[in-house]
Design a protein around this ligand. Structure first.
Ligand SMILES: Cc1cc2nc3c(=O)[nH]c(=O)nc-3n(C[C@H](O)[C@H](O)[C@H](O)COP(=O)(O)OP(=O)(O)OC[C@H]3O[C@@H](n4cnc5c(N)ncnc54)[C@H](O)[C@@H]3O)c2cc1C
Length: 454
């Protein structure tokens, strides 16, 4: 007979479902309360981040649980950014130095369904249509409302792990009852999802194994491939000003904007108007929360603790890495939750701040810098220096996407490397003009040891 200790998770999204598997495999009696209906039994609302980029940090926890072979069936490799520069010209900027250094497009609902099935198979109990409304951090009582019937119930739910996303109700309860000062930096830009359907026979209409970007300076359109031959495109644009979502309220303005800025994409999006006005304009922002846990009662994890803007494609990857690190803390401290939660917070907060910064910086890179010849020269030089100094000089993008050294360390080394690249390319327009002996000396002097990854 199992006499397992109970634990409650709020949210059966990407992080909550994955965490449920980790905890159930450690023989906890896991209950997951999810606000929405079971997405395995219904269609998802249109226009909400249909696909995502999965990278090394997200893959590691999946491998640790033996789930990656199943997940692999949902993946489309993306080898680089395919830039649609003005006048329809295409340029591929590869992501990594080696063919193995790629990221993958994956369907969000497809992955979420797989994780929910695996969580139930591991013994977790998933309860749907249950909205968490409030938490009493002294007694451990949680107030839930059944979304279908409106019936309210109070459940004794300590310890409680909140994986209820960027708008976390649990975090809001911490603000309300514990007087915590949370900052939510909302980006003045929003996003809109649009679809590029498959061509006849399920063929992709654009290069399949790439992340497409139409960089236009202050804004951009991107598109990620789906397995059915379609692409999900996302327009990132200012909410106000010119151009902006506010300025595109009339169909004529929308059409003129696409004709001028994205003529090749326009011909691939047959339902532009209908989708543009039906799909919601999504909000993006960064959550800075100074406290992630309440004694041994409650922990925030994933977007609930540290939502970030999506431009490094790391929100889910980071949330998955959270689950692996929390599992490591449990391996060390068992069910001494106060120690587990405190250690998790100590390990993860500096990293969450670092990836939040890097994600914001990446917006400027994707929509603008990628077009700059200096940026492309530095990218090329970065790969060359990595080849000359393996494990010591690793381009920052690669440290974030293809390695798992802590984000804060990636950011710290990235800043030193950027200074080195700036110095080396200050008077160079081509790789042949870079003084590589000076580069070697700078790297040895400024970067010190190679990075150690467990
Ligand atoms: C446009 C866009 C593109 C993105 N692209 C990428 C990408 O390419 N790569 C990447 O790694 N990340 C990406 N992200 C980020 C990624 O979506 C999030 O970081 C990730 O979903 C976080 O997982 P989570 O489980 O913490 O939160 P969520 O996925 O938001 O899950 C939260 C769950 O909690 C439930 N919930 C919410 N409130 C309650 C409540 N009160 N009671 C009960 N349940 C509740 C929700 O219904 C949901 O199921 C992107 C985000 C956006 C907006």
């Amino acid at each position: 007979m199992r006499a397992n200790k109970g634990i409650t998770i709020i949210g059966a999204g990407l992080a909550g479902s994955l965490l449920a598997i980790f905890l159930a495999r450690r023989d906890f009696d896991v209950s997951v309360y999810e606000r929405r209906p079971d997405l395995r039994r219904q269609d998802l609302p249109a226009g909400r981040s249909i696909n995502l980029a999965l990278a090394h940090r997200g893959i590691r926890p999946l491998k640790a649980l033996g789930l990656f072979e199943e997940v692999r069936k949902l993946l489309i490799p993306m080898r680089g950014r395919l830039l649609h520069v003005e006048h329809g010209r295409l340029e591929l900027v590869r992501y990594g130095r080696t063919p193995a250094e790629i990221i993958h497009s994956i369907s969000r609902p497809g992955l979420n369904r797989l994780l929910m099935d695996a969580a139930e198979a591991a013994g977790a109990r998933l309860l749907f249509g249950q909205r968490c409304d409030d938490v009493d951090f002294h007694s451990g009582a949680v107030l839930f409302t059944d979304e279908a019937t409106g019936r309210r119930q109070v459940v004794n739910a300590a310890p409680l792990i909140a994986a209820d996303g960027g708008g976390s109700a649990v975090r809001q309860a911490m603000v309300k009852h514990l007087d915590i000062q949370v900052t939510e930096d909302i980006l003045p830009h929003g996003y809109k999802e649009l679809s590029i359907p498959a061509a006849a026979g399920g063929r992709h209409q654009l290069e399949r194994e790439a992340l497409h970007i139409w960089p236009r300076g202050g804004y951009m359109l991107i598109a990620l491939p789906n397995l059915d031959g379609s692409f999900t495109a996302t327009l990132f644009l200012a909410n106000r000003g010119a151009p902006s979502f506010a300025a595109l309220q009339e169909p004529e303005a929308l059409l003129a904007f696409f004709q001028k800025e994205f003529p090749d994409a326009l011909s691939l999006i047959p339902n532009l108007q209908e989708e543009f006005y039906r799909h919601p304009t999504g909000m993006m922002g960064t959550v800075h929360c100074p406290q992630w846990h309440v004694r041994d009662r409650t922990l925030l994890l994933g977007d609930a603790a540290h939502a970030i803007v999506p431009f490094h494609g790391q929100g889910m990857n980071c949330a998955f890495e959270d689950c692996l690190i929390l599992d490591g803390c449990i391996a060390e401290y068992g069910d001494d939750w106060e120690k587990v939660f405190a250690e998790f917070t100590r390990l993860r907060r500096p990293d969450a701040e670092a990836i939040a910064e890097m994600a914001l910086e990446n917006y400027a890179e994707m929509r603008d810098a990628v077009r700059d010849p200096k940026f492309q020269l530095q990218k090329q030089l970065g790969f060359l220096l990595e080849e000359r100094h393996p494990g010591r000089f690793i381009p920052r993008y690669s440290m974030v996407m293809f390695h798992h050294l802590p984000y804060a360390e990636a950011r710290r080394r990235g800043l030193i490397q950027q200074a080195i690249l700036d110095e080396l390319t200050a008077h160079a327009d081509a790789i042949g003009q870079v003084n590589l002996l000076h580069a070697d000396e700078l790297i040895r002097r400024k970067l010190g040891d190679t990075v150690g990854e467990a």
